[in-house]
Ligand binder design. Structure first.
Ligand SMILES: *[C@@H]1O[C@H](CO)[C@@H](O)[C@H](O)[C@H]1NC(C)=O
Ligand SMILES: *[C@@H]1O[C@H](CO)[C@@H](O)[C@H](O)[C@H]1NC(C)=O
Ligand SMILES: *[C@@H]1O[C@H](CO)[C@@H](O)[C@H](O)[C@H]1NC(C)=O
Ligand SMILES: *[C@@H]1O[C@H](CO)[C@@H](O)[C@H](O)[C@H]1NC(C)=O
Ligand SMILES: *[C@@H]1O[C@H](CO)[C@@H](O)[C@H](O)[C@H]1NC(C)=O
Length: 364
């Protein structure tokens, strides 16, 4: 018995030895042989030191004949399903890991050169690969913060005033509920109670001729929310990009990735209801050419207040609400886009302009 046990042990060890030997000879790579697609050093720990510099960089690996590079190239060769693994993204605590001092914080040419040398060294040590080009998106220091400007104050004051009118009117209604439907019609439009009632009982939420639309709206909305969550996972720096790449082969996740097709349902419903409403309107009112622009103006007035509030917040106060390595790349970028391209949304035609420069792309 003992002898058999010994033989078994020895044979497994030999087998292990030989299989390892084979692996070493033919260089079998897997996902984790490649350098991580994106990696962020700890932002808060880094910026605790007074002279710290934290930089966000993108770099491209130098094409060479090493088996690993060939593996990476082959792996990234289906661009729809795989990330480009020869293009790496890093958030580097440059002061700690690369010895840069605060004079490099301007993200100039010398910053890029210094960081390239530093990252090339670590990539070369870890993987035998080299960095061909490196670009610095921006660097953050401890003192770096967005100043509050005149636009911030103006929009803040307007929004605060709106909020106060809301509160005042709601309180008035709460304490003197008697005179309900009297009073200034425009004043009443700001009451929480009145709007809540309209939201609950207004329209044909309980059914009517187009009851089935509620179900369509529900499913469309679920898909669209799911899709947008997926977009943001894929858009940021993920620790496990493999999961996203494999999602394309999963039927249900692929369904979500392609959910934008489902937005057509909204167009069909919107167009149908608009035509229906116009026909009903035309039965009781004179319907002339002038009605069409009036309908457009009506729609504009209905959408614009909400759009303006969201846009106002995005270009003023939202960027002040946090910080982080990717904060400037996402939130501050949106602020800058909105400050220059807000008018595209105000004329409600954002989809005539380049998508990358839209303010609030979700509002297309
Ligand atoms: C396993 O390999 C090592 C060196 O790689 C060697 O020293 C050792 O003797 C081997 N063991 C067996 C059981 O072959
Ligand atoms: C390239 O990748 C495919 C699968 O992605 C694999 O089947 C093929 O063997 C790879 N070719 C080389 C030379 O590694
Ligand atoms: C930063 O480093 C550069 C070169 O490494 C040096 O010339 C410069 O004086 C340093 N600046 C500060 C503020 O330490
Ligand atoms: C960064 O550049 C701006 C102008 O481009 C300059 O005004 C500022 O002094 C520079 N800051 C440092 C730390 O070099
Ligand atoms: C990267 O680093 C290695 C090792 O230090 C060096 O041999 C190589 O020339 C460097 N490559 C580039 C593009 O700087």
């Amino acid at each position: 018995m003992m002898l058999w046990y010994l033989v078994l042990c020895v044979s497994t060890v030999v087998a292990r030895n030989t299989s390892e030997g084979v692996q070493d000879d033919t260089q079998i790579f897997d996902y984790y042989s490649m350098p991580a697609l994106s990696e962020l050093d700890d932002f808060d720990l880094c910026l605790r030191k007074p002279d710290a510099v934290y930089c966000i960089v993108d770099m491209v690996l130098l094409e060479d004949d090493t088996p690993l590079y060939q593996f990476i190239k082959n792996f990234s060769s289906s661009p729809y399903k795989k990330y480009m693994h020869s293009k790496l993204h890093r958030g580097v605590c440059a002061s700690q890991n690369c010895g840069l001092n605060i004079s490099y914080a301007n993200a100039s040419e010398s910053t890029a050169v210094a960081l390239k040398e530093c990252l090339n060294t670590s990539i070369h040590q870890g993987y035998g690969l080299q960095v061909e080009t490196l670009s610095v998106r921006y660097c953050k220091t401890k003192a770096d913060s967005l100043p509050i400007d005149a636009l911030d104050l103006t929009i803040g004051a307007i929004l605060l005033a709106l909020l106060l009118v809301n509160l005042g009117c709601s309180a008035y209604h709460f304490f003197w509920p008697g005179e309900k439907d009297e009073g200034n019609k425009y004043m009443l439009a700001f009451c929480v109670q009145k709007n809540w009632k309209a939201l609950k009982h207004g329209g044909s939420a309980e059914g009517g001729l187009f009851k089935c639309f509620q179900a369509l709206r529900f499913y469309t909305m679920v898909m669209i929310l799911g899709l947008h969550s997926m977009i943001f996972i894929g858009y940021g720096y993920t620790a496990n990009p493999e999961f996203i790449e494999e999602s394309y082969d999963d039927f249900f996740k692929a369904l979500l990735f392609n959910a934008r097709v489902i937005v057509q349902i909204f167009f069909v419903m919107g167009g149908f209801l608009m035509a229906y409403k116009m026909l009903v309107y035309a039965e009781t009112h004179p319907f002339t050419l002038k009605t069409v622009p009036m309908a457009l103006v009506n729609r504009w007035l209905r959408l614009m207040p909400a759009v303006l509030v969201v846009m106002g917040l995005a270009m003023t106060w939202v960027p002040h609400l946090g910080s982080g390595p990717m904060w400037d790349a996402v939130v501050k970028r949106e602020r800058d886009m909105c400050r220059s391209n807000w008018w595209q949304l105000v004329i409600l035609m954002p989809n005539l302009f380049p998508f990358e420069h839209l303010c609030l792309p979700q509002a297309w």
